[in-house]
Design a protein around this ligand. Structure first.
Ligand code: MN
Length: 315
């Protein structure tokens, strides 16, 4: 479930390149309800109105929900290319397995970062955990420099935090207030978890970055506009701080970065530039030719759907 658009509702959704980023602005866009595996998620990015925020090209928010014996969470082996998966849990537990041989339990406050490069496969499996579950899965588009490079995986059990007035910021990737995440970063971007208490919080921003905010729980006021779960607040370029007005305990995720170097073509679990690249990857995965490797998973491998440009048969 925290692994991308593998559900049927996304099959038709070829993400074509979007337009240039506007300067300092506020644009609040409702997330789309998407189906990933058996879970409903709020997809804040990409949306027709907004394809990327910096190199961030995908934001799924799952939950809050409850993991029970009958209603477990997880997704079987599937491939990625040209992107980094960023897995961040608010509540719950997941077991990551990938074709590099990684096997890593992840818990709230920890970061799993997988760089797909030319190709990798992974699964995210349920554990014996039962109880509240809430997670965010994000993708970061890899730049030309690394997108055809080798895959890699890293886990960070602890991340730096910054204390702000009425807020604690955890730095998933990039830098905030002088604290730098140890996570790999192929472009100029930042990802921050914010735990906000009632009051006013000021988050320092880099004006050369465009930014976006997703509220996971609670609500946050920006420039007099309320932002609630199920929306992306796009903040544009040119802001050197973000003022958040909060009346109830609130959890939010702030992403930002230099506008991405090129338009990206997103289809299924692939981030590419051309249809040919996607076609080649889809065929490689479905024929299991070894490009993406094998995942030692207890779950079933997920086939790629037919390509929307391959004709009615979807070869
Ligand atoms: Mn995935």
């Amino acid at each position: 479930m925290v692994s991308g658009p593998v559900g049927t509702e996304d099959l038709a959704g070829v993400e074509e390149p979007g337009g240039p980023a506007p300067a300092a602005s506020l644009e609040i866009t409702p997330s789309r309800e998407a189906q990933v595996g058996e879970q409903r998620v709020h997809r804040a990015l990409p949306r027709r109105e907004r394809r990327t925020v910096g190199a961030w090209c995908f934001i799924d928010h799952l939950g809050p929900t409850t993991v029970t014996e009958a209603d477990r969470i997880g997704i079987g082996p599937h491939p990625h290319m040209g992107l980094q998966t960023v897995t961040w849990l608010v509540a719950g537990e997941l077991l990551h397995r990938d074709s590099l041989g990684s096997e890593q339990l992840i818990r709230p406050g920890q970061l799993n970062l997988m760089s797909a490069g030319r190709g990798v496969a992974h699964a995210e499996e349920a554990t014996a955990y039962r109880g509240d579950f809430q997670a965010v899965q994000l993708w970061v588009a890899q730049p030309e420099r690394t997108r055809s490079g080798p895959p890699a995986f890293e886990h960070h059990a602890e991340l730096p935090q910054a204390e702000l007035d009425n807020a604690v910021a955890t730095i998933l990737v990039g830098e905030l207030a002088g604290s730098v995440s140890p996570a790999r970063r192929d472009t100029e971007h930042v990802g921050i978890d914010l735990v906000l208490q009632p009051g006013s919080a000021v988050v320092p921003l880099r004006s050369a970055f465009e930014h976006g905010l997703v509220v996971l729980e609670g609500a946050a006021g920006i420039d007099g506009n309320g932002v609630e779960p199920g929306h992306l607040a796009y903040l544009g370029l040119g802001r050197d701080e973000l003022r958040l007005a909060v009346e109830v305990p609130t959890r939010a995720l702030l992403v930002g970065g230099t506008p991405f170097e090129s338009a990206v073509l997103m289809w299924w679990n692939f981030v590419a530039r051309t249809r040919d690249e996607v076609t080649t990857a889809q065929q490689a995965w479905n024929s299991d030719d070894g490009r993406f490797g094998a995942v030692a998973s207890t779950m079933d491998r997920i086939d790629a759907p037919g390509l929307p440009w391959a004709g009615p048969a979807g070869a």
